[in-house]
Design a protein around this ligand. Sequence first.
Ligand code: PRP
Ligand code: URA
Length: 209
Amino acid sequence: MSKLFVFDHPLIQHKLTYIRDKNTGTKEFRELVDEVASLMAFEVTRDLPLEEIETETPVAVAKTKVLSGKKLGLIPILRAGLGMVDGILKLIPAAKVGHIGLYRDPETLQPVEYYAKLPSDIEERDFFVLDPMLATGGSAAEAIASLKKRGAKNIRLLCIIAAPEGVEFVQKAHPDVDIYVAALDEKLNDHGYIVPGLGDAGDRLFGTK
Ligand code: PRP
Ligand code: URA
């Protein structure tokens, strides 16, 4: 079974409070999502492998470390996942970014894929799938399945807020994919919204309604 990590770093939790606040406007909401994504990237990359190299400083040769594992790929689920991309690229600028477009049918709550454009060297990369919201889990599970179908092997899922229902759904569908969140909320409501959540992440990021 895959693992669930909840990031309790004080800066993440503080910023999440203002992300949730209904009085936070689009500009600030976008900035906060960007900052939380950076902080989550810092936490999620703790176990990346390193190798030792020698570096000449102005004084002497030092034994230093550089990243040595597979290259990384970021896969935001459109739209709302886009809000997390820049914050992560600030820390991992060499990552390639693929896009998977999914929307959730408001009647059935089932994900519908409308777009997929992924890096061509998919088998040489490890992937972070990005979506601020993990509600029923349908969108994330579908995006992960779509990535796997095209050859991706090592995948992690990063979401800002998750519902227990979504975590369980993704864990059952993809037991090899660990899930990283800033908060695990209480439940879903009858419309598939996370309670207490933050409302509609895409609409709040892009100022639509
Ligand atoms: C939202 C959110 C997730 C999905 C989560 O996207 O960004 O992708 O819902 O719900 P699920 O776990 O029940 O699938 P939405 O479908 O509203 O599209 P948008 O990002 O274009 O607004
Ligand atoms: N998508 C959102 O944007 N918010 C929710 O609470 C659930 C799905």
